[in-house]
Design a protein around this ligand. Structure first.
Ligand code: PLP
Length: 394
C-alpha cells in the first residue's frame, strides 16, 4: 500500500491545521522557473556570490578533524561569544552570550521559534502588508491570527503607525517588524522605529524584530530596533544567509531578554537539537575572518539597485528606491492583470521569473518584486524583457 493510500481510509481526516494553508506565493513561480532551462531568475533572494573563501578554508580544517558531535541547543559558547561582539559592533546592542542569545537553523528557524515561544493559540500577531510570506505560515503553525498593518507605497513602504495602532485588540500579543525590509527594500526612519516601540509599550506587546538584512544597508540608514529597546520587549532575529552568502548553511540567531531566549531554546530543542556543528564552525570563521567580503557584496548590491532603479524609473515602473535588503518593487499595473497571472505569463512568454506582489500582501497585487541578489547581467536583460512585456500590454 502506498503512504497516501492510508490517509482517510481509517477516518483520521485532514492532517492537522497546516492542511489547506497555502505555501508562500512565490514558490509556485520558483518551482516552474527551476524546470524552465535558461529562465532568468529574479524571483528569489539567493545571493549570487559564493560563500567567502576564509569560511570554506575553516570548514575544510573542521572536516579533517572529524568531530561531528551535538553542540548545546543554544549553540557553541565560542560562536555565541563572537556573536555578542558582532551585535555590539554592528547593531549597537550589548547581550550576555550565556543567556540572551541562541543560535538557530537560519533566520527562519529563529523567527519560528521566537513566535512559538511568545504566543498562545488564539493570539493576534501584527504582520506588515506587504511582508515576507513565511510569517503567515508561522502564524498558522502557532494557531495565532495574522492581522496585517499597512506599509503604503506612497510613504516609501514605511509602516502607517496610526493605522497599526487602530488594529490593536485585547488579543494582540506580538508586533512583527522587518527592517531592512523584504520585499520593499525600505529601511525605516529612526522616528518610525521609535513610534513602533511606543505603540508596543502603550499596549504591552512583544516586538519580534526581523533584522536578517541588517548588514545589507545600502544607504547607511539602518538602526537596530533591538538596540533601541529600553524595556526588554524586543526579540530579534539575524542570519548568516544574506550578509555572508551562506543561505544553504542554515544558520541564524535570536537575541533578546533572557526569559524569552530560554523559551526559544526549548522550542529549538523540540525541533532541531542543535544547528549542524560544521555550520557553526563556518559561522565562527565568517565573523572572525576578514570582513571586506561583506562590504564588497554590499557595494555590488548598491550598484545593482542603481541599475534596476535606472531601468525601471526610465520606463515609469519604479515604485520606491530600495535603501536596504536586495529587492525592488516594479509597478506592473499598466499591464491590466493581477500579479500572479502577470508572473506566470512573463515566465511562459519571456522566460523571466519575478515574484508576484500578491505573494507579499493584498496591497501589492499591482507590483512584482525583483531580486537584486541576481547578477547584474540577468537584471539588465530580465528587467528589459519585463518592461517590454508591460508596455506591450498597455
Ligand atoms: N527574514 C526575511 C525578511 C527574509 O527575507 C528571509 C529569507 O529570505 C529570512 C528572514 C530568513 O532567511 P534564512 O532562514 O535563510 O536565514
Amino acid at each position: 500500500m502506498s503512504i497516501t493510500a492510508g490517509v482517510g481510509v481509517v477516518g483520521r481526516g485532514a492532517p492537522g491545521r497546516m492542511h489547506g494553508i497555502p505555501y508562500a506565493g512565490n514558490r509556485e513561480i520558483s518551482l516552474l522557473a527551476a524546470e524552465q532551462p535558461g529562465a532568468i531568475r529574479l524571483e528569489i533572494g539567493q545571493p549570487s556570490f559564493p560563500t567567502p573563501p576564509h569560511v570554506l578554508d575553516a570548514v575544510r580544517e573542521e572536516l579533517g578533524a572529524g568531530h561531528f558531535g551535538y553542540t548545546p541547543t543554544q549553540g557553541s559558547s565560542e560562536l555565541r561569544e563572537h556573536l555578542a561582539a558582532k551585535l555590539a559592533r554592528v547593531n549597537g546592542v550589548r547581550v550576555d552570550p550565556a543567556s540572551e542569545l541562541t543560535i538557530a537553523p537560519g533566520g527562519v528557524g529563529a523567527l519560528a521559534a521566537i513566535l512559538a515561544a511568545l504566543t498562545r493559540p488564539g493570539d493576534e500577531v501584527l504582520v506588515p502588508d506587504p511582508a515576507w510570506p513565511n510569517y503567515l505560515l508561522m502564524t498558522a503553525t502557532t494557531a495565532t491570527t495574522a492581522v496585517r498593518y499597512p506599509c503604503p507605497a506612497a510613504s516609501g513602504f514605511e509602516p502607517d503607525v496610526e493605522a497599526l495602532e487602530s488594529l490593536v485588540t485585547p488579543r494582540t500579543r506580538v508586533l512583527v517588524v522587518n527592517n531592512p525590509n523584504n520585499p520593499t527594500g525600505a529601511v525605516y526612519d529612526a522616528a518610525t522605529l521609535a513610534a513602533l516601540l511606543d505603540v508596543a509599550a502603550r499596549h504591552d506587546l512583544w516586538v519580534v524584530s526581523d533584522e536578517c538584512y541588517d548588514q545589507i544597508d545600502l544607504c547607511g540608514s539602518y538602526r537596530s530596533l533591538l538596540g533601541m529597546d529600553g524595556d526588554g520587549r524586543v526579540v530579534a532575529a539575524f542570519t548568516f544567509s544574506k550578509t555572508y552568502a551562506m543561505a544553504g548553511w542554515r544558520i541564524g540567531y535570536a537575541a533578546g531578554p533572557a526569559r524569552v531566549i530560554d523559551a526559544v531554546v526549548k522550542v529549538l530543542e523540540a525541533c532541531s537539537s542543535c544547528v549542524t556543528s560544521v555550520s557553526q564552525r563556518a559561522a565562527e570563521a565568517a565573523l572572525t575572518g576578514p570582513q571586506e567580503c561583506v562590504s564588497a557584496m554590499v557595494e555590488e548590491y548598491r550598484q545593482r539597485a542603481e541599475l534596476a532603479c535606472d531601468l525601471l524609473g526610465g520606463a515609469g515602473l519604479l515604485v520606491a528606491k530600495p535603501l536596504g535588503a536586495f529587492y525592488v518593487m516594479a509597478d506592473i499595473s499598466q499591464a491590466g492583470m493581477g500579479s500572479r497571472d502577470f508572473a506566470l505569463e512573463l515566465l511562459a512568454e519571456r522566460s523571466v521569473a519575478v515574484a508576484p506582489g500578491a505573494a507579499f500582501g493584498p496591497s501589492c497585487d499591482g507590483y512584482v518584486r525583483i531580486s537584486l541578489a541576481s547578477p547584474a547581467a540577468d537584471l539588465r536583460e530580465g528587467i528589459a524583457r519585463t518592461v517590454d512585456f508591460v508596455h506591450g500590454r498597455r
